[in-house]
Design a protein around this ligand. Sequence first.
Ligand SMILES: *Cc1c(COP(=O)(O)O)cnc(C)c1O
Length: 448
Amino acid sequence: MVSMTRAFQIPQERKLVTELPGPRSLALQERRVASVSRGAGTLANIYMERGDGAILVDVDGNQLIDMGSGIGVTTIGHAHPAVAAAAAEQAARLTHTLFTVTPYENYVRVAEKLAERTPGDFEKHSILVNSGAEAVENAVKIARKFTGRRGIAALNHAFHGRTNLTMTMTYRPWPERVGMGPLAGDIYSLPTSYPYRDPDGMTGEEAAERTIDYINTHIGASELAALFVEPVQGDGGIIIPAPGYFARLSEFCAENGIVFVADEIQAGMARTGAWYSIEHHGVVPDLVTSAKGLAGGFPLAAVTGRAEIMDSVQPGGIGGTFGGNPVSTAAALAVLDVIESEDLIGEAKRVERTLRARIGDWPERFGVVGDVRGIGAMWGIEIVQPGTKKQNPEALKNVIRHATSNGVIVLDAGSWDSVLRLLPSVVVSDELIDDAASVIEEALAAQS
Ligand SMILES: *Cc1c(COP(=O)(O)O)cnc(C)c1O
């Protein structure tokens, strides 16, 4: 079944005309090494020039399948004409006033839309900022101000960002924070639900009791201002907690005056076949963070939630110079329209069906594949040593090298760097999924 929702300028097919990286990429890489910090590491040194839908075109004219979307950002596809037009039109009219000096309508409209789209039938207010980490930081500040408490809990394998506060909330030490402390205080990491690695048959409720027991025995519920969860852990390795896990945790938070925050920066905005991925668990969070897919690549992030929590901060206590920029908000309004007019939530469900059918049997077919899991256009393939559940980062590296050098951009993930992560645009065609899967299969066969 072909499901193309818009006409593309660039044919949606993989086409290689040089080796990867090609000569122009290699030349740019030399200049980059001489001018850019090594700390901004890259997965594949292939320099891109254009994009359309799920295809990226590099500086040498190669067409690559983008199964990463710049880590889940271009969910609606590269270079959507409606987003390009909205941003260009806005850029020609007004690029900045600073909302907190003299406001403008785009910001208000994005806040109105977020109030409609985020879960929960109550009055909601938003703050707009520039990056995911900034949204998480602000959610921490707001929850602390509202509760008068300091403690912040996140889950094992979480990723919440790279600023000082958010790198502390991020689970793994390497590479996000090693050598860059001191870390922020009053941050705790809790055992989570990780069905592939939990004891067989452990239910979501049992995993939640383990999490709650940890809070009670290590922290004390009355110390906690907020609990942050990613309904689908992205960088952690596409970990989807067992059914019932979040329902029990949110109930515990409500009983104990803890603000329940869904970090939807990676999984939100239609990617999982719902506006927000926490909807799959029937849970209504107090606060929600949005970012990656929100503005089609323009920097924009948000905290949205219960008005009484969001309004507990004094005017001037949150915000920033560029937050909710006129161009980024114009782009976001176009993205939100496109998600509806092109039924991209339906498209995410199609991608899920196609991927499940195409790659769901990899654990039976390849010794290095321990688990395949996913929802919508968000999938993880856990790479292990054959016959065990022991993580296999070496094999993953080889798989990624093979994929990228054959024109398929894929991502790594996981606390042990052993999960192959696929975050394609939801407009990726079934044919592209099939082609990308074939390339990955060659590498899996060579590793098994
Ligand atoms: C990417 C991400 C962040 C951080 O966003 P930045 O824009 O990179 O600061 C926070 N939380 C989650 C779940 C993310 O995926």
